[in-house]
Design a protein around this ligand. Structure first.
Ligand code: GRG
Length: 303
């Protein structure tokens, strides 16, 4: 019992420390302005600082720990992936997409500011992600920086998050998704960025192909488990603690893991995926304890 609570204490400490470090990085790079762009910078800071679980940066820190990578490099890459994630949330909330009023427990950016500012905040964060990766502060070796830029471009672009979002939007009017199609959609829409976050430690640490393959297996399983947990929170979660509207999928008549499998089978599948994720990293020792903790956390979280 003590061992279990020690593990979750360590995980929550790592979450707090990672979140604080990402906030410090955002504070350093998102400068307030006295010029006419001040509203944009204020909105971008509103969306980015002190917000969210910072799960993706935590995955970068966890995978970096496997290869003895400096924490400052992991935080820099974690902040870059959080830029992409935050931009996707801002744009997803716009009236042209999901049209949401609440995100991360507060008004969405277009509600607190306006649509144009929200679009620009997302655009600016997307560019900032690649500026951070290209910086010498990320890694001394330029080949590592280029590999990170290429991997995050793939994960966030047409063959990743943006492609997944397009499939999701098209499915609303064009086709009924079955389990295979939902799995494909979610692998792109949310899985690709989670995949990058896990892969990043291997890139920073110049890991060999065997260990990179293990990370890919872990990430694929954690990504799907995360999405099933997200679907379950939409059905069962409390909007207060989730920090956004719930029951959205059913209202929109969307096919999800939960609508197709039912709550109990979806929960069992998420648990199975986490077990699979843990198997992929079983060759690692203590240095993988953060990744193990995160895998368990994705299906037990309440937000
Ligand atoms: C608009 C290009 C574009 C893409 C949007 C990822 C995405 C595609 C939209 C987000 C919509 C959504 C709620 C998806 C479900 C999974 C998800 C990404 C949840 C939010 O991630 P968390 O739980 O959020 O990590 P926090 O706020 O903790 O960072």
């Amino acid at each position: 019992m003590t061992a279990v609570s020690d593990q979750s204490d360590a995980l929550f400490r790592a979450m707090r420390e990672t979140a604080a470090a990402v906030d410090r990085r955002f504070n350093a790079v998102l400068l307030q302005s006295d010029g006419l762009e001040h509203r944009l910078m204020e909105a971008t800071r509103y969306a980015s600082i002190g917000a969210g679980k910072r799960l993706r940066p935590l995955l970068v820190v966890g995978s970096a720990q496997l290869f003895g990578v400096d924490l400052s490099s992991a935080i820099q890459v974690g902040t870059a992936v959080e830029c992409i994630h935050t931009y996707s949330l801002i744009h997803d909330d716009l009236p042209a997409m999901d049209d949401d009023d609440l995100r991360r427990g507060k008004a969405t950016v277009h509600k607190a500011y306006d649509d144009a500012t929200a679009i620009l905040a997302g655009d600016g964060l997307q560019a900032l992600a690649f500026e951070l990766l290209a910086s010498e502060e990320t890694h001394a070796d330029p080949r590592v920086r280029v590999e990170l830029v290429a991997a995050l471009s793939r994960a966030s672009g047409f063959g990743g998050m943006v492609g997944g979002q397009a499939i999701d939007i098209a499915a609303e009017t064009e086709s009924e998704l079955d389990l295979g199609a939902i799995t494909h959609l979610q692998r792109l829409k949310t899985g690709a960025l989670i995949g990058f976050s896990v892969e990043a430690g291997g890139i920073l640490g110049k890991a060999d192909p065997y260990h990179r393959e293990a990370l890919r297996g872990y990430a694929q399983n954690v990504g799907l488990a995360f999405q099933i947990a997200d679907d379950l929170l939409d059905v069962e979660g409390d909007p207060e603690s989730v920090g956004k509207a719930t029951q959205k999928d059913e209202e929109a008549g969307k096919a999800t893991f939960v609508s197709l499998l039912g709550v109990d089978r979806a929960r069992a599948q998420a648990k199975y995926l986490v077990e699979q994720a843990l198997e992929h990293i079983e060759d690692f020792g203590e240095e993988a304890s953060l990744l193990r903790g995160v895998a368990r956390f994705v299906i037990t979280r309440d937000k």
